[in-house]
Design a protein around this ligand. Structure first.
Ligand code: FDA
Ligand code: NAD
Length: 426
């Protein structure tokens, strides 16, 4: 048995929700569009899971954070999809794809065919087992990618008030979960292999600004080492974490954030891959002209850098989704995707934004013992990246605009002296 649709979105995350809204704005007809998602709920704003969802009070819960509220757009509830004649196939994993026949086979045995496919399968959390450590399936070891994971973290927190959490990984998940755990009055120790937190983006100076703040909130940092094993009791619960440096940390719960892998498996050997994702052109179209890829799984050309990137951030998921749908529905009117990479995070009462690329030389500015700090990255004589913590809406807009303009920088000392003022006057 099977169904056929003009457009199928494979995956039901952030990119899927924004693509669905764009399809309706561009006049998709009832019954033409289908979304297939392994998750049991309609697309939602994934960033809420490490922030509002984990708060002790005024917790964010669905349906409040369905897409597309994160970009001040309509909130697409299951009712909205029904009213717009969009078929939501939830709780259903696609287990194989045949790009020649243009069909998808679901785990429930249904074949769904498409004329155009948007691959929005995102990514999965890397498991400790992939680094040779066992114990991920213990009841109090948590990862964080989807709603089920967030519920597990929430329940684990509730079950050990005032207890000890070990956070493995010093990236986005580690930093945001550590903050949420502290807000829930759990004692937090962060363990990661690098010399400082957020090593993929932060400079040592920016990292130490945040680490000092976390320390003032009671967080302990153990850097330059990784865990080697868990102590697990007869109930299957982790009681302690053993580190490679020989130390042993008592644990009531563990949160692991050690990176992701894009979900490309269905298309390996069928589509061209690049940078771990599905290679697409400036219209988000893959090596097969009937298939587009958007969000975390897509490696797309970033015009500003003159090279392809695969980005793992929500703004890129939202915008690549919109652009792909525009390219599908109005190909003549739609040019190449011209994206300025934008990342952000919010922890405690802090909030930062980053635009562009973090390569080349760095110039810091601001009062590193105060509330507003920033940095510019300068490569081959041009400003290519900007970071700002504690800015106003206007200041964030200014650093975004400046980074997009890629101004020539002759004097790094002068840039440092001007600091945020440089972006405000460009
Ligand atoms: P996403 O992961 O959202 O969706 C993929 C979907 O595909 C899922 O529904 C999945 O179940 C489905 N799927 C996969 N394979 C399938 C199959 N075979 N069959 C059926 N369905 C399948 N970014 C940022 O810029 N700022 C932030 O503050 C945050 N915060 C944040 C918090 C947390 C907890 C996470 C996990 C991530 C963030 N991010 C973020 C990153 C951001 O959420 C991420 O970049 C987007 O969700 C990517 O959107 P996609 O739609 O590409 O993947
Ligand atoms: P990440 O890539 O940000 O960080 C991974 C971290 O894992 C590294 O910093 C490192 O400290 C650690 N690590 C690597 N190997 C390890 C090992 N063997 N043992 C212990 N630690 C190890 O990935 P993440 O924090 O897991 O985040 C997952 C995804 O979610 C990313 O795509 C991220 O962009 C996204 N996310 C984004 C935001 C945001 O943009 N604000 C927030 C949450 C999640």
């Amino acid at each position: 048995m099977g169904r056929a649709f003009a457009y199928v979105i494979l995956g039901g995350g952030v990119a899927a929700g924004y693509a669905a809204l764009e399809f309706t704005k561009r006049g998709v007809s009832q019954g033409e569009l289908c979304i297939i998602s392994e998750e049991p709920v309609a697309p939602y704003e994934r960033p809420a899971l490490s922030k509002g969802f984990l708060l002790p009070e005024a917790r964010a819960r669905l349906p409040s954070f369905h897409t597309c509220v994160g970009d001040n757009e309509e909130r697409l509830t299951p009712k909205w999809y029904m009213e717009h004649g969009i078929e939501l196939v939830l709780g259903t994993r696609v287990k194989s794809a045949d790009v020649r026949r243009k069909t998808l086979l679901t785990a429930t045995g249904e074949t769904i065919s498409y004329k155009i496919l948007l691959v929005a399968t995102g990514a999965r959390a890397l498991k400790l087992e992939e680094f040779g450590v066992t114990g991920s399936d213990a009841e109090n070891v948590c990862y964080l990618r989807d709603l089920g994971d967030a519920n597990r973290i929430f329940d684990a927190m509730q079950s050990c008030p005032g207890g000890n959490a070990i956070v493995i990984g010093g990236g986005y998940i580690g930093m945001e979960c550590a903050a949420s755990l502290v807000i829930n009055k759990i004692n937090v120790t962060m363990v990661f292999p690098e010399a400082h937190c957020m090593a993929r983006l932060f400079t040592p100076k920016i990292a130490s600004y945040y680490e000092d703040y976390y320390k003032s909130k009671g967080v302990t940092f153990i850097k330059g080492t990784v865990l080697s094993s868990f102590d697990i009791d007869s109930d299957g619960k982790v009681t302690a974490v053993n580190l490679r440096d020989g130390s042993l940390l008592p644990a009531d719960m563990v949160v692991v954030g050690i990176g992701i892998r894009p979900n490309t498996g269905l298309f390996e050997g069928q589509l061209t891959l690049e940078k771990g994702g599905i290679k697409v052109n400036g219209k988000l179209q893959s090596s097969n002209s009937s298939i587009y890829a958007i969000g975390d799984v897509a490696a797309f050309p970033v015009k500003l850098f003159g090279e392809s990137r695969r980005l793992e951030h929500v703004d890129s998921a939202r915008r690549s989704a919109r652009h792909a749908v525009a390219a599908i529905m109005e190909p003549e009117k739609t040019g190449e995707f011209d994206y300025l990479p934008f990342f952000y995070s919010r922890v405690f009462t802090m909030s930062w934004q980053f635009y562009g690329d973090n390569i080349g030389e760095v110039v810091h500015y601001g009062d590193f013992s105060g509330n507003t700090i920033g940095a510019y990255w300068v490569s081959k004589g041009y400003l290519v990246g900007s970071f700002l913590e504690g800015g106003t809406k206007e200041e964030y807009e200014a650093i975004a605009k400046t980074t997009r303009l890629k101004p020539a920088i002759e004097d790094l000392g002068e840039l440092e002296r001007q600091g945020l003022g440089f972006a405000l006057t460009v």
